[in-house]
Write a protein that binds this ligand. Structure first.
Ligand SMILES: CC(C)(COP(=O)(O)OP(=O)(O)OC[C@H]1O[C@@H](n2cnc3c(N)ncnc32)[C@H](O)[C@@H]1OP(=O)(O)O)[C@@H](O)C(=O)NCCC(=O)NCCS
Length: 164
């Protein structure tokens, strides 16, 4: 399996993969595939990585700028992330996340945050201390990994692509 940056001709495969991965999820409103497209169009798709095997894209992760309260620089959001259903729970998501976090560190980012199931993300270092909020969502689902400085407090806001 190869993890690499997306190429322009990957867009449709990423869209199909994201749709297929989220379609059965009870928490999803099936907007994730369009969110990836909109992030790309708006220039907010800071990092877009694919997992490729035998020429097929079997995983994808997006990272985009976020704000936390008054903090407007240095933080990035992880997601959407998708792994082909038949290939889930085989370490592909973890490999995509670790590669992306490594790239963010290399770019001197301050940290990365996400909304998601703690069981998926705690193994790669994401945590919640209750100080990062997202509407009235239980803060256990609002997680972050701090690369440098102190843990942030405040309201997490994603790129406009996530608002639609
Ligand atoms: C979530 C997703 C990207 C994880 O990718 P994956 O390749 O299946 O995950 P990995 O095999 O790399 O496992 C990473 C960790 O997540 C855990 N995990 C994976 N799927 C899980 C699930 N459905 N429920 C609970 N934990 C899960 C693994 O146990 C592992 O934990 P560890 O690091 O403590 O060992 C993938 O399952 C997926 O595409 N799901 C559908 C779309 C989705 O839900 N996206 C995320 C929305 S927050």
């Amino acid at each position: 399996m190869l993890i690499r940056f997306e190429r322009p001709d990957d867009a449709d495969a990423i869209h199909a993969l994201t749709w297929t991965a989220f379609e059965p999820a009870p928490f999803s409103n099936n907007t994730e595939a369009q969110i990836v497209r909109d992030l790309r169009t708006s220039g907010d798709l800071t990092i877009s990585l694919v997992a490729e095997e035998g020429g097929e894209i079997i995983g994808h992760v997006a990272f985009s700028p976020i704000t936390i309260g008054d903090i407007e620089d240095g933080w990035f959001g992880l997601g959407p992330i998708s792994v082909k259903p038949e290939r889930q729970r085989q370490g592909i998501g973890r490999a995509l996340i670790l590669k992306g976090l490594g790239l963010l560190r290399e770019c001197d980012a301050t940290g990365c945050a996400l909304i998601g199931n703690p069981a998926v993300y705690r193994g790669v270092g994401f945590e919640s201390d209750g100080k990062l909020t997202y509407g009235d969502l239980d803060t256990r689902y609002v997680q972050r990994i701090v690369f440098k400085g102190s843990p942030p407090s405040g309201v997490l806001k994603f790129s406009p692509a996530f608002d639609e």
